[in-house]
Design a protein around this ligand. Structure first.
Ligand SMILES: *Cc1c(COP(=O)(O)O)cnc(C)c1O
Length: 216
């Protein structure tokens, strides 16, 4: 079932769109089923859970932290995390840089844009994203590499709201890219809205329940 769903999603999306299989709350057995179907990129939303899975599962899995990042837990994922999606403060940026340095790594991350007013607590405005990117340059933080932005659309059945949000996100992304050309990734779209997201320029989708089934 998992294998079939992964293949269906992959076949329906363009090759330049990266599929992150969001495996939070799912067992190692379920993750291995996806892995054996060729899926190598997995997303988790809790650092501790991700770290346990990283220790137990094949080492060529790329782990993405897609949830809100608690700065006091960054140290646990710094040795291995491949991409951190949900960075939304200069404080977290600095800690991520410090922990990356300790591990002799450059850690890739995305800054989280707050596009939905009602449905998400976390995230930054376009101005705040610009300001953090400028601070990184001024402070000369060398062990962190901001490679794009991520956003979460509104949890609503009214898809016209989501369309507007994703359209606006794409404009903001393009605008930021013209000043900061190192921004390449737009992480946008989940099980319910990834098709809309791709239409609006997403090149990284985070899909959980559509692959693994509902979470309890
Ligand atoms: C859980 C989660 C997903 C996956 O959600 P589904 O609706 O199950 O596809 C994607 N992104 C983030 C940030 C998440 O927390």
């Amino acid at each position: 079932m998992i294998e079939k769903r992964i293949k269906e999603i992959r076949d329906s999306i363009n090759k330049n769109v990266e599929l992150v299989a969001v495996s939070k709350t799912k067992s190692n057995k379920e993750i291995l089923e996806a892995y054996n179907a060729g899926q190598k990129v997995f997303g988790e939303n809790k650092i501790q859970e991700m770290t346990e899975k990283h220790e137990e599962l094949p080492k060529d899995i790329q782990w993405h932290m897609v949830g809100h990042v608690q700065s006091n837990k960054i140290k646990y994922m710094a040795p291995y995390v491949d991409l951190v999606h949900g960075i939304d403060s200069l404080k977290s940026v600095k800690i991520l840089n410090k922990e990356a340095k300790k591990n002799n790594r450059i850690i890739k991350c995305l800054l989280q844009l707050k596009i939905s007013e009602e449905f998400t607590k976390f995230g930054l405005s376009e101005k705040e994203i610009e300001s953090i990117l400028n601070s990184i340059n001024i402070l000369g933080l060398k062990n962190i590499s901001v490679v794009g932005i991520m956003t979460i659309g509104s949890f609503t059945n009214n898809m016209s709201i989501v369309v507007k949000e994703f359209d606006k996100t794409k404009k903001i992304f393009d605008n930021l890219k013209s000043t900061f050309p190192s921004l390449k990734i737009l992480s946008m779209g989940m099980s319910n809205d990834y098709k809309i997201a791709i239409k609006h320029g997403s090149n990284m989708i985070r899909v959980g329940s559509l692959i693994f089934g509902k979470r309890i």
